[in-house]
Design a protein around this ligand. Structure first.
Ligand SMILES: [Zn+2]
Ligand SMILES: [Zn+2]
Length: 314
C-alpha cells in the first residue's frame, strides 16, 4: 500500500476586515502568528511563514513557545533577505531572556545577527507608522503577558475655538496658547493569550473597529481547562461582545479539541445573531473564503482563480 503523502502546506488564514488584512495562523499550543500588513506589524511569532518577513515589527504577547518559537528565524531571515534589522517589542520581563536567546544563536549560526528587542510596561507605546502608535496593555495569562492596541493620534482644533479666523488662531498660537488637543482613535486591538480580565474592557478594546481575540475553548466541559490554562472560553464572549463595539472580532488560538463546526455552533448558541455575525475565526478557511468571494463580488472586482496557490484563470 502506498502511504499517504504529508499535507503539502498548512494553510494560512486570511480575513479582509476593511481596511486591514488579518493573515497568519493560530492554533492553541502549536503556533500563533498574525500579521496586519497595513499596520506594519506581526502579533506573535510561534513560527515564521515567509510572508511575515515583510513587517518590520513583531509584538510578542508572552513567552510561551507557541508565540515566540519563530523569532530567531525571523531576525535572521530579515537580515539574510536584506530587509533591515527586525524590531521586537515584548513584556519587560522577557527583554533580557530574549536577548540571551539571540546571543545563544551567534555560535550556532556562526553569525552575529543584528536585532532589536524592547521590553514594554503596561501602557508604554512605540511608533508604528506616522501618527500611529502601538500601546502595550497588561493581560492575565499566569505569566508576564501583554495585549496590544494600534492607536492613531489626530490633532484637533479645540472646540471652544471653532469659528475663529486663521489670523485670530495664529495670534493665540503666537501667544503660546495650545489651540489643538490630541484625539486618540483605536484602530485595532490584539489580546494575546489571556483569561477574562478588566483590561479587556478598556477603551482601546471597546472602541477598536477590529479586535483580534484569543478564544481557546468552546466545549461546555472545558471551562476548567480554560481556567487552569488562563484562557478565554466561548462563554466569556457574551460579556466581551457586549462591551466591544468592533465591527469584526477575529477569534484566534482555537484548540484542536474543538472542531471548527462545533466552535461555530457554540458561538451561535451563546451570542445573539447580530453579535455572532461580527465574529470570525482566522482558521475557518471555508467560511472565510466564501466571505472573501462575496467581498470581491460586492466590489465588482475579479481576481484570478487560484488552485493550490497558482492562478489558473486571468
Ligand atoms: Zn498560546
Ligand atoms: Zn500562552
Amino acid at each position: 500500500m502506498i502511504p499517504k503523502r504529508p499535507l503539502l502546506c498548512e494553510r494560512l488564514g486570511f480575513l479582509y476586515c476593511p481596511p486591514w488584512r488579518v493573515q497568519g495562523s493560530s492554533i492553541a499550543g502549536e503556533g500563533t502568528v498574525v500579521q496586519v500588513p497595513e499596520l506594519d506589524v506581526v502579533f506573535d511569532l510561534g513560527w515564521c511563514p515567509r510572508m511575515v518577513l515583510s513587517s518590520p515589527l513583531v509584538a510578542i504577547s508572552h513567552g510561551h513557545m507557541d508565540h515566540v518559537g519563530g523569532l530567531p528565524y525571523w531576525f535572521s531571515q530579515r537580515v539574510f533577505q536584506k530587509m533591515g534589522v527586525g524590531r521586537c517589542v515584548c513584556p519587560k520581563r522577557l527583554e533580557r531572556p530574549l536577548m540571551n536567546m539571540m546571543a545563544g544563536w551567534v555560535p550556532i549560526e556562526n553569525q552575529d545577527t543584528p536585532y532589536q528587542v524592547q521590553g514594554l510596561e503596561h501602557l508604554e507605546e512605540v511608533d508604528l507608522k506616522p501618527n500611529t502608535r502601538l500601546r502595550a496593555i497588561e493581560m492575565n495569562h499566569g505569566t508576564a503577558s501583554l495585549g496590544y492596541a494600534a492607536i492613531e493620534y489626530r490633532s484637533k482644533l479645540r472646540p471652544d475655538l471653532a469659528g475663529l479666523s486663521q489670523s485670530q488662531l495664529k495670534e493665540l498660537r503666537d501667544r503660546g496658547d495650545e489651540i489643538t488637543y490630541r484625539l486618540e482613535i483605536p484602530l485595532l486591538a490584539y489580546t494575546g493569550d489571556t483569561q477574562m480580565c478588566p483590561n479587556l474592557l478598556r477603551r482601546e478594546f471597546c472602541e477598536a473597529p477590529v479586535v483580534l481575540s484569543e478564544c481557546t475553548f468552546f466545549n461546555p466541559n472545558h471551562r476548567d481547562r480554560a481556567r487552569v490554562g488562563r484562557h478565554l472560553h466561548v462563554e466569556d464572549l457574551p460579556e466581551l461582545m457586549e462591551a466591544w463595539k468592533a465591527k469584526h472580532v477575529v477569534l484566534l488560538h482555537v484548540s484542536r479539541r474543538s472542531s471548527l463546526e462545533e466552535a461555530r455552533q457554540r458561538i451561535e448558541e451563546v451570542l445573539s445573531e447580530e453579535d455572532a455575525s461580527r465574529v470570525h475565526m482566522l482558521m475557518d478557511h471555508r467560511r472565510n473564503r466564501t466571505r472573501y468571494d462575496q467581498q470581491l463580488e460586492d466590489s465588482g472586482q475579479s481576481h484570478p482563480k487560484m488552485v493550490d496557490g497558482v492562478a489558473v484563470e486571468p
